[in-house]
Design a protein around this ligand. Structure first.
Ligand SMILES: [Zn+2]
Length: 419
């Protein structure tokens, strides 16, 4: 047995060991001093890691008909990165010949530890879905949940970076964005090209869940949620924002216009070889609708020392949390509506193309059949005229021929002429 294999130890043991080691190296490798904040999270409103886990277990057991929580993905310190699947499981196709008509979407939250707000928006979405399930048909909420379960196979990566959140809770350093390895899971969009790392961000243990899910499932869309400003990043090729795909640009503008505040649309040149979740999803996994969406920005002027006052940069005050969550929620119905109609159009076009291919194949077949019979006919005629019949066969044929005499013909004509 390898005593250094961290998977052998319970996660609390690893987290305790991590803090013991980092407290020794305090001030050298990690800056774990508490930050001076304008306001702090009230955990009656915000979820801490323990409440997050309890909440997910409670919801998934109460609504097990359409929610399933996957716990096998773990961070570097061995904490669970819960993946919640929301779908009508009875529609899971057992027969490979029956195509699954549902749209598949992956929503990723909690990549940057300091950004609490996106994780809260995920819980707000869950609350809307579960409440809608209990409402009758005809109500807005009831229709929303039924529409979702009928047409979607939804995956929520509820917290991509649990280690970072535990570090914040223990140290009260609200500027901590990275993982336990201090890796920034979606850093490449801000990073300068000259400062390229040799290690790919997507190779970090926290990204195994992304690598695994995007390899096994064919996602139509992937959105990575953030906060700190109001921007929607979308992939493009070259300088023209529409080259990446008109639909991609159109959905970004729809998402932006569905929200009251102004969101900047930021095209990201995808010809640059990047390393993060965003570029991995677009470049390697070819997920058409990939976005990085920053949900919230403080309207107050930024602190003079932003490295010491981070919670208020990334998250609204606890008493405003509910109102801010309601303000960003319309992006979800907008996203689901658009993707559903896009998927229907794709399936219709595919079916039409298949029908065209089939009729072209049938036409090709009938032409080749005709050609075959024509050639066979030609060969037959050629054989009849070219094969020499043996002499004995000719004699037999002559003996069998009926000789019609002139006398009998004359009698026949006489009978026909005389009335
Ligand atoms: Zn972020």
């Amino acid at each position: 047995m390898n005593p250094f294999d961290y998977r052998r130890y319970p996660s609390w043991c690893i987290v305790a060991a991590f803090f013991l080691v980092t407290s020794v190296s305090k001030g050298t490798f990690f800056d774990l001093k508490p930050t001076v904040e304008r306001y702090l999270p009230n955990y009656d409103f915000y979820h801490n890691v323990t409440r997050m886990n309890e909440c997910l277990h409670h919801i998934s057991s109460q609504y097990s008909d359409f929610m399933d929580v996957e716990m096998r993905y773990r961070s570097r310190l061995g904490l669970s990165q819960y993946v919640l699947r929301i779908a009508n499981f009875s529609l899971d196709s057992v027969d490979n010949n029956t195509p699954d008509r549902r749209s598949r979407i992956l929503l990723s939250y909690g990549e940057h530890a300091a950004e609490f707000f996106p994780v809260q928006s995920m819980f707000h979405l869950l609350q809307n879905i579960t409440e809608g399930y209990d409402l009758p048909v005809g109500t807005y909420g009831g229709n929303f949940t039924r529409f979702l379960l009928k047409h979607f196979d939804l995956y929520l990566l509820t917290i991509a970076n649990p280690d970072g959140r535990v570090i914040i809770e223990r140290t009260r350093n609200y500027c901590w964005k990275g993982t336990a390895n201090n890796a920034d899971l979606n850093s490449d969009l801000e990073r300068e090209l000259g400062n390229r790392r040799t290690v790919r961000i997507v190779a970090e243990p926290e990204c195994r869940v992304i690598r695994d899910l995007t390899s096994k499932k064919h996602f139509d869309a992937l959105i990575s949620f953030h906060s700190g400003n109001r921007q929607i990043y979308f992939p493009t090729i070259g300088k023209d924002p529409k080259v990446g795909g008109t639909d991609v640009f159109y959905l970004a503008s729809l998402l932006s216009s569905s929200l009251k505040s102004d969101y900047t649309l930021t095209p990201v040149n995808n010809t640059v070889a990047d390393e993060s979740i965003f570029s991995y999803a677009t470049k390697e996994k070819k997920i058409i609708f990939t976005y990085k969406m920053c949900l919230w920005e403080s309207e107050e002027t930024r602190s003079e020392s932003p490295e010491k006052d981070c919670f208020s940069i990334f998250n609204p005050p606890s008493e405003n949390l509910q109102a801010e969550l309601k303000a960003v929620h319309p992006l979800y119905p907008t996203l689901f509506n658009f993707i559903h109609h896009w998927k229907e159009t794709q399936l219709y076009n595919e079916a039409e193309q298949q029908a065209k291919d089939k009729s072209a194949a049938t036409r090709r077949l009938s032409f080749s059949t005709l050609l075959f019979f024509f050639i066979m006919g030609c060969i037959g005629v050629f054989l009849i005229f070219s094969i020499r019949v043996p002499f004995t066969w000719k004699m037999y044929y002559r003996r069998q021929r009926r000789i019609v005499s002139l006398r009998s013909l004359g009698t026949l004509f006489t009978l026909l002429i005389i009335p």
